[in-house]
Design a binder for this molecule. Sequence first.
Ligand SMILES: [Zn+2]
Length: 262
Amino acid sequence: MVGGALRAGVDEIALTEHAHNFVQCRDIYPSDNDWVHGRDREGRRSWDLDAYLRLVEAARAEGIRVKVALEWDYCPGYEAQLERWVRAYPWDLVLGGVHWLRGRNGGWWGFDIPEQREDWEHRPVDEVYAEYFRLLAEAASTGLFDVLAHPDVVKVFGHRPRRDPQEWYEQAAEAMARAGVCAEVNTAGWRKPAGELYPGQRFLEVLHRRGVPIVISSDAHWAEHVGFRFADAEQAAWAAGYRTRCVFEGRRRTEVPLPPPL
Ligand SMILES: [Zn+2]
């Protein structure tokens, strides 16, 4: 990732590995989340948080600023467990995301997970959107998170609501503004079937009007994606009215000017 950043001309990265990959963090998930807890049984990723922190230390020796974070899932009712892990380590920022909705037949549905994509066929898209945005606003209101990840990732596979989404955008943005949470402007949406920045332009404009600050991220899962289409993301943010983006250190937020469009 550091190599990818150096090649892309990015001078600072934040590592935000998914919390579900760490053995310590499994207790932030309901016990009936089979996808997360099944990872224990199948000998899949069971990483150790302390090893992760050591890895970040090593990365910091490579010549660019490396911030450390995790991408935490917001699971209602598990705030106390999450808070414990948030307090236990020296995170630069706390990134929260909504990825789990109640399953149709119990359990939990990871609506953005390719292997659970089929479930979209059995659900009214408007209901999925309504539930997603309700949880996003709720996640902001917990006050646990500094940044909310990919704020309209519910569109990942290209499902579009029939209803006008404006009211969902307004509610989420209002909750984020009230809680002082940043929105992540995330270029991964351009690599997904949605084919759009997260958040889309209209939502980004609402976030700006409501006074929600932003960070810019590539959500890179591979080194070659570090810094993916950052110039386009900066232009989209500028067009929505933003003149700054934020960076974090030790959970303190600093604003950095956005470059004017070329
Ligand atoms: Zn995510």
